[in-house]
Write a protein that binds this ligand. Structure first.
Ligand code: NAP
Length: 271
């Protein structure tokens, strides 16, 4: 293996990603002379480029939108988690081939930092992030339901994962996870966000997770904090999934504080 070991994040676009600054801080802290690069890959080049990465010195890559399903397909061996979710965010190049894992799911549970077994959890959104979140919470023993703006998509996910489908988002849930893109635009007003997510009539839950991350507090986390909820923001989830990927690649304990500081202060973009 070449000396200069490489890691990276493959996406399209990928310019906004905070993973490079976060992983660079972690590698510095660990004293590893590795580099973590941005890999902007259009979909038609994804598989062939990934297959060429090990020979170029790559140990592994994170994978983000729109390649998470393709990452599973290109792999020689998926972990049970990646296989069950149907998407991978972490590829590791080994002598046995390409291994695919999904650290979004355990990253969410780690970020929550509290047991969810037996608690009522509601996932807002039935896209890729909603699917990983619902699967993770179900595996952790929560009583999970999903709500989605487009009901058919929400019902399909609920049927597939054998979880509940919530016709209303507002109501009695202990843990609410926003896995929609509502809040991605930084100046969205609180009432607009609550309206879009069907939460306007409800009380904030005991715990709110907003997977969206932003320079400033999102409208949803501000609402929840004011209402007394325990709040987990999207950056914490990003840090935890990144930490699990880094541990997989390096075998070292990830320096969470350095990663968190870099993710919070090191990026200029909002996603
Ligand atoms: P996706 O597959 O495109 O799904 C988008 C979801 O948002 C769908 O459920 C969609 O509902 C919903 N949505 C979009 N606009 C909406 C609106 N105006 N009102 C209500 N619902 C709306 O995207 P994704 O990959 O799941 O990502 C979702 C979010 O999670 C993104 O903001 C992403 O940045 C974030 N994320 C964060 C992390 C992290 O580590 N923190 C990791 C992954 C993703 P319809 O089905 O009705 O269109």
């Amino acid at each position: 293996m070449p000396d200069a070991r490489l890691l990276g994040v493959a996406g399209f676009p990928v310019g906004h990603s905070r993973s490079p600054v976060m992983h660079a801080a972690a590698l510095r802290e660990l004293g590893l002379p590795w580099r973590y690069l941005k890999l902007p890959l259009p979909p038609e080049l994804f598989a062939e480029t990934v297959r060429a990465l090990p020979a170029a010195g790559y140990v592994g890559v994170n994978v983000t939108v729109p390649h998470k399903e393709a990452a599973l397909e290109v792999a020689d061996s998926p972990t049970p988690t990646a296989g069950a979710i149907g998407a991978a965010n972490t590829l590791t190049f080994t002598e046995h081939g390409i291994e695919a894992d999904n650290t979004d799911a355990p990253g969410l549970i780690a970020a929550l930092g509290e047991p969810v077994a037996g608690r009522r959890a509601l996932v807002l959104g039935a896209g890729g992030a909603g699917r990983a979140a619902a699967w993770a919470l179900r595996e952790a023993g929560a009583e999970v339901s999903v709500w989605n703006r487009t009901p058919g998509r929400g019902r399909d996910l609920a049927a597939e994962l054998r979880i509940g489908y919530a016709r209303r988002a507002a109501g009695a849930s202990d843990v609410v996870v926003n896995a929609t893109s509502v809040g991605l635009v930084p100046d969205v007003r609180e009432q607009q966000a609550l309206e879009a997510l069907g939460l306007r009539e409800g009380e904030p839950p005991a715990t709110l997770v907003d997977l969206v991350y932003s320079e400033r507090e999102t409208a949803l986390t501000a609402w929840a904090r004011q209402g007394g909820s325990a709040v987990v923001d999207g950056l914490e989830v990003l840090v935890r999934q990144g930490a699990l990927s880094l541990e997989r690649w390096t075998g070292r304990r990830p320096p969470l504080a350095a990663m968190r500081a870099a993710a919070v202060h090191g990026g200029l973009d909002i996603r």
